[in-house]
Design a protein around this ligand. Sequence first.
Ligand code: PLP
Length: 282
Amino acid sequence: GKVIVNDQMMERSQHRIDMEDRGYQFGDGVYEVIRVYNGDLFGVEEHIDRFFESAGKIKLKILFTKESLKENLNALIKENELQLGIVYMQLTRGVSPRAHVFPDEHTTPVLTAYTKEMPIPKLQMANGVSAIVTPDIRWLRCDIKSLNLLPNILAKEEAKEQGCYEAIFHRDGIVTEGASSNIFIVAKGNMITHPESHFILNGITRQMIFKLCKENKLSLVEKPFNVDDLMNADEVFLSSTVSEVMPIVKIDNKTIGNGQPGPHTKQLQALFQKYIQKQARI
Ligand code: PLP
């Protein structure tokens, strides 16, 4: 299929990444993953806003408008005839002789984007998945969707080795988020998730869940909770662009609740499904 490089659409094989691209050498850049349902970008405004915010936080100047980026992404999914999947996009600080300091002001950032078919993980959403708990060894600006993902990669690999779907991070005993998701617990009928801060990425799915809870008068609070609260919760679920609302029914080999997706999780899954259908006009 076609890809986007800066403001051009081209065959993937037509583009080469320079070995001194700062994204390649330093992970000096930011990215976004956007779901495509029914041939439509889901939450595209929110994702593009966060993309620009992440770029701003690392002082990366964007030379195009949000509107033109959206147009280009829409053209890409149309060209590639993508119905159900994702768009991945990233922006690096460009190509320049290797040096930690920023390159000179004439260096242009490099935007790349491609599409990928991706089914909805229906079986796992119905049955729930397992997770491990692991120390959060990341830096102190996890609010930036940075290309630097080594700690996330290591945690995810550890989860996979233990047959698990996700790794749940804790910082000094406080649960922050998943390696590629936000984490929620249900305790005494209340849904709880880590407050928005530099310790987590404020997920777009997380923000949508807040909106849905408000609209439907469901109790969801931002409050730190610890690993004990997690292990003893009635329900646990994660949220992400790719996994939507995903029940977690086993953590570090301990069963959560009765080992089945709980009522709060299932209610949110249903609300989220309705929201997708409305947005994507399914
Ligand atoms: N937290 C981290 C570390 C992530 O990588 C992601 C996204 O994959 C999320 C949270 C969830 O964010 P979103 O709902 O915007 O996909």
